[in-house]
Write a protein that binds this ligand. Sequence first.
Ligand code: ATP
Ligand code: MG
Length: 427
Amino acid sequence: MSKHIQAIRGMHDILPEVMPHWHHLEDNARRILTNYGYAEIRTPIVEMSELFKRSIGEVTDIVEKEMYSFEDRNGDQLSLRPEGTASCVRAVIEHGLVMQTQRLWYRGPMFRHERPQRGRYRQFNQIGAEVFGLTGPDIDLELILLTARLWQDLGLNGLRLELNSLGDPEERRRYREDLVAFLSARRAHLDPESQRRLETNPLRVLDAKHPETQAAIADAPSLLEHLGETSRTHFATIRQGLDQAGIAYRINTRLVRGLDYYNRTVFEWITEDLGAQGTVCAGGRYDGLVEQLGGRATPAVGFALGMERLVELIALAEPTRRARAHAYLVAVGERAEAASMPLAERLRDALPQLCLIRHSGGGSFKSQFKKADKSGARCALILGESELEQDLIGVKSLRDDSGQQQFDFDTLVAFLARELGGDPNQT
Ligand code: ATP
Ligand code: MG
């Protein structure tokens, strides 16, 4: 017998049993983004490799070692997208959308060849938002408030916000000189990777996870002290807005983010409940990227959230969330079985919102009721010989012992319409 073929390491099937948690996240995110005026955009999963090299940066973990790149049959160098911002910017330039203000959002799978572990996969999903054409700190703030509202509506209380400013390119250049001087004096205490980064991308060293490196850079100069007037005011306005909204945050001068295109504001939402991979959402301003990718100079700011990590949190907060049908239609006997399909269709005609599972495969009342119970439906609809004779349908609650009732079709429709008042997907 041939060996079973299995899914690729780090790439996962998302099974029906966890789907209610995914829908909880997706439905809330979509509602909130839409209500803030963000329009959805869908871009291809594959892009020219050059797009990511030019945007994310040659000397980043993603581009150096995490991209799924290949040559296609035409000889083009292509990559599975490792993130969504670059594609979004490409699309915005390509379709001339940079001429107007754009609030956009996207959702979909991303691919990075990282070491698989809890909260870190090779195919994972993100929801992201990007705003083009606005320079003001209010829009950075709007994005943070939007995410805060999302956590609230998802029922997640334990997330904390970290904030930093990376300044503008000129401020960063001056800071870089100071930092390089500082790091060079401590070179011997840096891990080999950080020694290399010291030459190629010194800000990345601040992000090092290596304990000895972290100790060696504990007193590294802070970028915040290198900010000029405009960057300082921008940052201060965001902080004021957060205070006003009652959102707690911590300034983390080590927060530099793993992509090169950021300037000014960067932020992350972090949880302590998922072990080592605690960042569930990250974002910031990237005013230079559109121009860097060939568009006309356009300020921009955005975030991306990691859906797998959030779904894990959502499941921890409410493990029993499951999809529930309104009703499960049981039919016993040849005549009743034959009548169940037309009845189900008539009910669906009358109640387009009705979530109704029609039993299939025969069996006794007892075995069909077992299935009905297992389905999580609120009530069983019953069709047997006696119901058929009287032209009635039996209804029995599966939530309590309120006994069985008999309805004619119109009364049943009215009864189910009342049941539909609630959302079947919520417990
Ligand atoms: P990390 O520091 O965890 O590697 P990152 O800075 O590489 O994160 P971003 O590119 O900013 O992550 O992506 C935004 C979010 O997407 C992350 O905060 C995280 O929640 C999620 N994410 C990133 N990489 C992965 C992955 N390999 N598997 C699952 N989720 C991921
Ligand atoms: Mg990463």
